[in-house]
Design a binder for this molecule. Structure first.
Ligand SMILES: Cc1ncc(COP(=O)(O)O)c(C=O)c1O
Length: 394
């Protein structure tokens, strides 16, 4: 098999070998139930507590505020449902137009059930329209939920500032930090964030484990009703090995951030981005390049289909993502790029490259070697490209 050059880390990440090592004994050797009275189970409970402390340190929270869930989607759904159940008289909910489907589809479902949902627009750079947002808030607003950073473009919203203002209005504030945790520092202490979601498989822990942070004092009702696990906030026997893995992943992510090593990821991303812009004409970067995750770039190659680019990159073992979703047989550009007003000819040819601490320079060099001829070949075949040339001549 061709060597894989993995630039799709916003989709999922490799489990760190140290995470794997930390988890393994908890499948077969230390399999006790952490709720048991015996010390065999008690040992596992102590390790879970350690994992809780590590996750809390990564986001500047207290361990009691950390609830383990099965994934980012569960954390998002639990937060929104908890807020609307806690304030049943309030019928207005607010989010942005560029959220992940975990929030977007839930808000659409709730709006069909009688909630009034506001989807705050973004500008061409993917930045929130803050005036529109603040004007939308009323005494009827039950919750505001904005992603901290966008999974497609990496654009970061000013969550600390917004959440403090929302808090002053006495409205619950949730943020989806699934793409943010481990990539930029998060300190919840001085923010107005009441609830925050994160997901293990985006930070080199396994799939199937997530976290919901619930600030002390936040009104809450559980989605998974069952045993007393997670202090009654999420029933169900704990996924012990995955929790312990996530604890290790959070510890490593914090070390990585504290040491400044994440700067190397940004340098590689910038090398990739500027290399592409220099070598491939009619190419632009989607979204605000200043307030952006250090590992992500969304590049629009005008007049070509993103899916065709992905297939040709795949022949060289290069993994990336496109900004399109195949709906009802037609390739629709993603709702994120549409909300930003990216022109049709650019949105269709948008590719997301997302790096990790495992990405190395020679991989970037190989992408820069293989990509320009791929785009040139696809453009020769593209009717849009041909007509754009004719327009330029006439
Ligand atoms: C911003 C964002 N929120 C939520 C999710 C869902 O997380 P999970 O896959 O753990 O359910 C993702 C996954 O891609 C994401 O990028």
């Amino acid at each position: 098999m061709t060597r894989v050059i993995y630039l799709d880390n916003n989709a999922t990440t490799k489990v760190d070998p140290q995470v794997m090592e930390a988890m393994l004994p908890y499948f077969s050797e230390y399999y006790g139930n952490p709720s048991s009275m015996h010390s065999f189970g008690g040992g596992v409970a102590a390790k879970i507590q350690q994992a809780r402390e590590n996750v809390a340190r990564l986001i500047g929270a207290s361990p009691d505020e950390i609830v383990f869930t099965s994934c980012g989607t569960e954390s998002d759904g639990t937060a929104i449902r908890a807020a609307i159940e806690s304030y049943p008289a309030k019928r207005h909910i607010v989010t942005s137009r560029v959220e992940h489907p975990a929030i977007k589809n839930l808000f659409e479902t709730l709006s069909k059930k009688g909630y009034r949902a506001t989807f705050v627009p973004v500008d061409r750079e993917g930045r929130l329209d803050l005036d529109y947002f603040y004007d939308s808030l009323t005494d009827d607003t039950a919750i505001v939920s904005f992603m901290w950073a966008n999974n497609e473009t990496g654009v970061i919203f000013p969550i600390e500032e917004i959440s403090r203002k929302v808090k002053e209005r006495g409205i619950v504030f949730h943020t989806d930090a699934v793409q943010t945790a481990g990539k930029i520092p998060i300190d919840l202490k001085n923010s107005g964030v009441d609830m925050l979601s994160l997901s293990g498989h985006k930070i080199h822990a396994p799939k199937g484990i997530g976290v919901l942070y619930i600030r002390k004092g936040t009104k809450f009702s559980p989605f998974m009703i069952g045993g007393h696990q997670e202090k009654g906030r999420r029933g169900g026997t704990e996924n012990t090995a995955a929790i312990i893995g996530l604890g290790k992943a959070a510890e490593l992510a914090k070390q990585h951030l504290d040491s400044g090593a994440y700067r190397c990821v940004a340098e590689l991303r910038d090398r990739l981005e500027s290399g592409i812009l220099a070598r491939v004409p009619h190419t632009l970067v989607n979204g605000d390049r200043i307030h952006r995750l250090p590992n992500t770039t969304s590049v629009a190659f005008e007049y070509v289909e993103g899916e065709a680019i992905l297939l040709m990159l795949n022949e060289h073992g290069i993994c990336a993502s496109s900004g399109s979703a195949c709906t009802s047989g037609s390739l629709e550009p993603s709702h994120v790029l549409r909300a930003m007003g990216v022109p049709f000819t650019a949105a269709h040819g948008s590719i997301r490259f997302s790096l990790s601490r495992y990405t190395i320079g020679p991989e970037i060099d190989l992408v820069l070697e293989k990509l320009p001829p791929i785009i040139a070949r696809l453009r020769e075949m593209s009717p849009f490209w041909k007509s754009s040339k004719l327009e330029a001549v006439s």
